[in-house]
Design a protein around this ligand. Structure first.
Ligand SMILES: Nc1nc2c(ncn2[C@@H]2O[C@H](COP(=O)(O)OP(=O)(O)OP(=O)(O)O)[C@@H](O)[C@H]2O)c(=O)[nH]1
Ligand SMILES: [Mg+2]
Length: 463
């Protein structure tokens, strides 16, 4: 903590530079900070003390870097917005993909991110606005105003109960704290920041498969029962929906909970466009023959013959319709990247039989030249240090040893093993989780591109 900052009974996350009390409680501050990474908030401006005039706001908040605005209304709603770009009164339209609005629903801050292709705000001399749509302290009064606009999909009833009268408006400077001790070096470089998350979401949103006939790359998840295949889809879906979702059934049972082949498209927000990938979920692998997902079925899936919602039957393999089986599926129906989902806590316990089963799947996938990646899940359960703080993932020598072990057991390069923590019991999104999950997804898209590139160059070769 710097010598200027003093805590006033609000724990480590909130500090102040002037003797004014923050209205934001420690609990709520912690939950907002979790959305922004390893940050500290310090109060810059408090409307009830400094006045609701734009000049008072700008005097205290201009050129302060990323800021978080928290407003309170008479009905008791707590809501506001985050922007990573300074206020400077430049008159410019600001593009900032990390901007979001939030509203506490009980203890949980529910976020609404800026819709893609829209400005985050206009940087004028007035009071803060988000997307030139939501205006705080409008007309220098304790009022919030929602004008028509498409920058944010705001529902004013859920956001602030349609009560536009403010009782307080505070603006906090968001200070990024040093991520890790300089003495320790991460063995993989990760930026645990809101900007990095926004950048990854932008890259994924704007990704275009290398081949024009393929509008969405198909990523197949294969792995033992309970490894976290369905949870990975749920986690990615949650990030883009901006809230925790559980569309795919996940949980624990003796045998695979997922019994159907499911192809899940993901939308960029509730009413957003479909994103350029489809996650394909399968039944879990089991070591016994005649149980769990069958290698023959995997082969049919890889070649694009198996329809969505096909119910697996471990005792008889998938039989494609005759006319379909006679013609090869088009490239867009095939699988472009295979992801082996492996539970970090079970790597050492993997039986020889299961290892052999995965090896035979690998041989099949190799023969088709499809890109392959390992997703190592449950890093939180594997290492208490990581459970405490996900940012210590790449400092943990235990996790490093697990990555090496899974790499040698499956015969994939260490660089193709991506550790993640899926959303499992959380009720809200967390920046660190998002960064890891999005990094893994981004890598899957890169690998799918390598495969498509390879297929194209084969097709281009003279016969
Ligand atoms: N702590 C923690 N739990 C996880 C993680 N990923 C998944 N889980 C939990 O592990 C259990 C199994 O997850 P699923 O996603 O259903 O696993 P699956 O691979 O789809 O399993 P089957 O469909 O049964 O083959 C669930 O209770 C999840 O909440 C993770 O990264 N960390
Ligand atoms: Mg499942």
């Amino acid at each position: 903590m710097s010598s200027m900052d003093q805590s006033f009974g609000f724990g480590s996350q909130v500090s102040m530079v002037a003797p004014f009390t923050c209205k934001l409680t420690d609990g709520k501050s912690k939950r907002l900070c979790a959305l922004l990474g390893n940050v500290k908030l310090s109060l810059l401006y408090k409307a009830s003390v400094h006045g609701y005039q734009a000049s008072a706001f700008h005097q205290r908040c201009d050129r302060q870097g990323p800021t978080l605005l928290v407003a309170y209304n008479r009905t008791g709603y707590i809501f506001g917005g985050y922007t990573s770009v300074d206020y400077t009164q430049s008159g410019q339209y600001i593009t900032d993909e990390s901007t979001f609005l939030f509203s506490f629903q009980g203890k949980i801050p529910v976020c609404i991110k800026v819709n893609s292709g829209h400005y985050a705000r206009v940087d004028d001399a007035g009071m803060p606005n988000f997307g030139q749509q939501l205006y705080f302290c409008y007309n220098n009064q304790p009022v919030v105003l929602n004008q028509r606009g498409n920058a944010f999909s705001v529902n004013t009833t859920t956001m602030y109960g349609n009560d536009t009268r403010l009782t307080e408006c505070e603006v906090y400077k968001v200070k990024q704290m040093p991520q890790i001790s300089a003495r320790h070096k991460q063995w993989r470089n990760v930026l645990w920041t809101a900007n990095r998350r926004a950048q990854l979401m932008g890259l994924i949103r704007n990704y275009k498969p290398l081949v024009t006939s393929v509008s969405r790359v198909r990523i197949l998840m294969i792995g033992p029962v309970g490894a976290g295949k369905s949870s990975f889809f749920n986690s990615i879906n949650s990030i883009f929906m901006g809230r925790i979702t559980s569309k795919a059934m996940s949980g624990s049972a003796g045998t695979s909970l997922t019994t159907q082949f499911r192809t899940y498209p993901v939308k960029d927000g509730r009413e957003g466009k479909p994103l350029p990938f489809v996650l394909c979920d399968t039944m879990g692998l089991e070591e016994q023959t005649g149980a769990g997902l069958d290698i023959e079925d995997i082969s049919s899936i890889l070649q694009g013959h198996v329809p969505d919602r096909y119910k697996f039957n471990p005792t008889s393999v998938f039989q494609p319709e005759e006319q379909k089986a006679s013609r090869p599926a088009s490239l867009k129906e095939k699988i472009h990247c295979v992801v082996y989902v492996i539970d970090a806590t079970k790597i050492s316990l993997m039986s020889d039989k299961l290892q052999e089963k995965i090896a035979s799947v690998r041989r099949k996938v190799n023969s088709l030249g499809i890109a392959q990646i390992v997703l190592m899940t449950k890093v939180d359960e594997a290492c208490p240090q990581v459970e405490e703080n996900l940012q210590s993932l790449y400092l943990s020598s235990y996790i490093k040893s697990k990555v090496q072990e899974v790499s040698s057991r499956l015969g994939v390069p260490v660089s193709c093993v991506l550790p993640v923590k899926n959303y499992s019991q959380e009720l809200e999104l967390e920046l660190n989780c998002d960064v890891l999950l999005l990094t893994a997804l981004q890598q899957m898209l890169n690998f799918a591109d390598d495969y498509l590139d390879d297929v194209c160059s084969m097709e281009d070769k003279p016969k």
